[in-house]
Design a protein around this ligand. Sequence first.
Ligand code: ACM
Length: 495
Amino acid sequence: MLVFFGKKTEIKHSIIPAPLHISLKENCFHLKKLTLFCEDSLVGSNISLILPYISQKTGLSFEVVNDVSYAQILLLPTDSVTHESYTIDIHAHIDIIAGSAAGFQYALYTLSGLIQRTPSGYAVPCGHIHDNPTYAWRGLHIDVARHFFDISVLFSLVEDIAYYKLNTLHLHLTDDQGWRFESLLYPKLHTVGAYRDETVVGKNFLPFSSFYIGDKKKYGSYYTQADLRRLDQFARDRGVQIVPEIDIPGHATAALVAYPEYSAGAAPDKVATYWGVFDNLFSPNQQSVLFLKNIVRELGTVFSSPYIHIGGDEVPTQKYKDDNESQRLLSEGKIKQIDEIPNYILEEVAKDMSTYGKKAVLWDEAQDVSLNQGGVSMIWRDMTHAKDVLEKGGTVILTLASHMYFDYYQKIDPKEPLAIGGFLPIEQVYSFKAPFHEKGTVLGIQANLWTEYISTPEHMKYMLFPRLLALSEVAWGTNDSLVDFMTRTKTHNII
Ligand code: ACM
């Protein structure tokens, strides 16, 4: 039974990200729990998956019912709205119109930001919301190579990011310090490459100090394909794509310890135990490129996203200068200078990916590969690289160190846990406005969490929240008022 109150109510909400259009009335209705009915039973069962999460967040129970006459919320599927958009009408009952399970989920997350606790239960203001994301890719990257996080942590992260209407979890699965993907084709990648002898303590390594201190504790683990498939499905059910990354041809120490035959020049003999940029690189020879194509293909069989990230960042090319195969490619005219070797390798892999329907995402150093292969350039260094790609008609995802590197310090306070450096307060995240460019496409916005100095789920959450709330509003395209946003973060989920 809904009871309307005609008296004046302060109309406020704590929805994050703020909806595109919202108008709330002074009257509201009061309720004890929310019952939903959906005409489409498939959508209804998908929605049921997220209700426990919303209930846990809000303290309010939601239930899907089979009889429309018992329902307070009607979910009305339509073909005539875009994928993630929705409208909510709150009057004598709540009508939600959306075109996909993701749209309905977003509507319910929004609704949970409208609910307020009253002495006798809960209240929802009447009104109308029409909402639609500005950017198609709204992402969070997490580096699981420097530190490994149990698969259960990733499941929980998917639920949390979906609640803020982010739709992409980018898993940085490989780096110098560890390989985290179980490979049935090349099992030494995980049986050997997933483990390092120890981890540097603090910042006691070159070039920051003249000495090295390790913790003498063997460290490592990897995700099984079965676990990653379960994660992929769980994420899909919540409108989130998992985009895996295998970082090549640099950041490859762990892989090259496992398979030294694919190294350009001498292979490393130890998975890295400290941080930085290493010069252990994949060779551009045919066997090595085939190995890379095969492992990326294998990755593509586990994850359903049309995108695979193949890295391309921070490749010092000195080893290629001394490498016979690289010199041969130069003399045959396949490349014009040795510095093109990383892109030569990446282009071979990206071309192969397009034969089985996957699109390559690459860090901005490899922007030419993205442009040539119809891929996506992930911009991290600065906006000049974004402008360059956009000017050439390419597609970018913006994950700029200046606004979206959540491994940076968020406060200037000696009590802050050790971080990589930098300074990125929440206000700076919130201030970001992407450029519009008529030639190219800004596909999306993403925060990156590199984990050299983050080894526990608690610390991970501390670095993500509340900055991820600001990122979600930037990615939704409604980051128009810092004051209003900061107020909402204070009342958010405290109903
Ligand atoms: C990066 O931060 N190396 C992409």
